[in-house]
Design a protein around this ligand. Structure first.
Ligand SMILES: [Zn+2]
Length: 151
């Protein structure tokens, strides 16, 4: 999403957890404890992925996007679809998104990443648009040099 920023990736923590599981230091019952609320959110607002569940390997993971922020008022803490997120990102200045992966087969769940969305991120995008002009000017100078070399 265009306004996505301050991304925190939790994949290292996930790998560490899976290593603990393989080593037998934690049990699947510790990791596969998705609440009924989380599973409902996955069913109704979740985004299906192509990733296999790392625990049962029989179901694909579903990503659930939870939103937080003062501007959301009573919607804070609720799950939203990706389509709803992009509408909110154009409407609100700033809100926090937490992405949780869930397996509806074995109840594995883990925080994948968090990031900020919202119109506040668009100011950075506008200044980036100056770059193509800079590139064109640089290649213009190159063409001039080539013409001079042909003389
Ligand atoms: Zn699973």
């Amino acid at each position: 999403m265009r306004t996505q920023r301050q991304v925190v990736d939790y994949s290292l923590r996930k790998r560490a957890l899976l290593r603990e599981l393989l080593a037998g230091r934690v049990g699947t019952y510790d990791l596969c404890d998705a609440s009924p609320y989380l599973k409902n959110a996955a069913r109704f607002h979740g985004e299906p992925t192509e990733q296999r569940c790392p625990i049962c390997r029989s179901e694909n993971l579903t990503h659930v996007h939870y939103i937080y922020g003062d501007e959301l008022k009573q919607s804070a803490g609720q799950a939203r679809t990706v389509a709803e997120l992009s509408v909110l990102a154009m409407t609100l200045c700033e809100f926090q998104v937490f992405v949780v992966e869930v397996c509806l087969g074995c109840d594995w769940n883990h925080l994948v990443e968090q990031y900020l969305l919202g119109r506040d991120g668009l100011t950075g995008g506008e200044s980036e648009q100056e770059t193509p002009g800079g590139v064109a000017a640089a290649s213009g100078a190159g063409a001039r040099r080539r013409r001079e070399a042909q003389r």
